[in-house]
Design a protein around this ligand. Structure first.
Ligand code: BV8
Length: 232
């Protein structure tokens, strides 16, 4: 693909599904077992901090039992071999892109392995549970919360994401339902900027009709195939 130099990739829970991490909206998904309002909003955290801390402790603990899949590995290979600009913007809070070896990764909704102090606002790498209210590494206050972006909170590094979209020649969306903004709006921003758009997803998503091309299938199959094509 000679005329493609700069690529922005958006990933969602679907890229981690084959690693055994629950998605949000598929059958049996996270939102079937937990009300979003209770576990993924600031109000829910104020109302019942233990419930929220346990919800994220459980998901953080599950990370140790899963591995990156062929889709994460393929994006890491693209990251290593792609000569132009590449940015993997992930909505996921898992660390599978990094564990597969990808470097140019941006977690717009934060990370399970990061803690945010509600007293000093320092963000610290964090691997363990938070339910016992551990001390903030920076200010010692027992006020750590999961460093994830809840509904109603501003996603991280939006300026950097829009700057990358403005420079992009190709926008690829992988494993996301297109249900949550502002991520779900990136395909429209890309189209308005004249950027080519491709969707790789198990089924048609809420935004499929906005893409120049939409391929349905397992990320573990579609992503390695696409990476092979683009590196030719
Ligand atoms: C904000 C982190 C602004 C936490 C998450 C009305 C209209 C428009 C917008 C709004 C509105 N009302 C409210 C809003 C804003 C709201 C929003 O969009 N609500 C929606 C519900 C309408 N958005 C926000 O609040 C955002 N912030 O807008 O701030 C602002 C402005 C000024 C000042 C302050 C604030 C923040 C949203 C972030 C919420 N946090 N996650 C955590 O992980 O616990 S959201 C979470 O769901 C994900 O991060 C992701 O973003 C989102 C969607 O999930 P997906 O990743 O797409 O997963 P899903 O299960 O939905 O789909 C999986 C897909 O994969 C499916 O399509 C499936 O087919 C596919 N798949 C499955 N298996 C495979 C597969 N594909 C390939 N292979 C497979 N094997």
């Amino acid at each position: 693909m000679a005329d493609i130099r700069n690529i922005v990739i958006l990933t969602g829970a679907g890229i981690s599904a084959e690693s055994g991490i629950d998605t949000f909206r598929d059958a049996g998904g996270l939102w079937e077992r937990h009300r979003v309002e209770d576990v993924a909003t600031p109000e829910g955290f104020v109302r019942d901090p233990e419930l929220v801390l346990n919800f994220y402790d459980m998901r953080r603990g599950a990370l140790a039992k899963v591995e990156p899949n062929a889709a994460h590995e393929a994006l890491a290979r693209l990251d290593r071999q792609w000569p132009g600009e590449l940015l993997i913007v992930t909505q996921n809070v898992d660390d599978l892109h990094e564990r597969a070896g990808a470097k140019r990764v941006l977690h717009m909704h934060g990370e399970l392995k990061s803690a945010l102090c509600t007293s000093c606002e320092t963000r610290s790498r964090w691997d363990g549970p938070m339910r016992d209210r551990p001390a903030c590494p920076a200010c010692d206050a027992p006020s750590l919360r999961p460093d994830v972006v809840w509904f109603g909170e501003m996603p991280y590094e939006m300026d950097r994401i829009y700057a990358a979209l403005r420079e992009a020649d190709l926008f690829v969306s992988i494993g996301t339902s297109g249900a949550v903004y502002p991520a779900a709006g990136f395909v429209r921003d890309a189209r308005e900027l004249g950027v080519r758009t491709l969707e790789l997803n198990l089924e048609r998503s809420e935004g499929s009709h906005w893409f120049d091309e939409s391929r349905q299938g397992l990320a573990g199959e579609l992503v390695p195939q696409w990476v092979e094509e683009i590196l030719l």
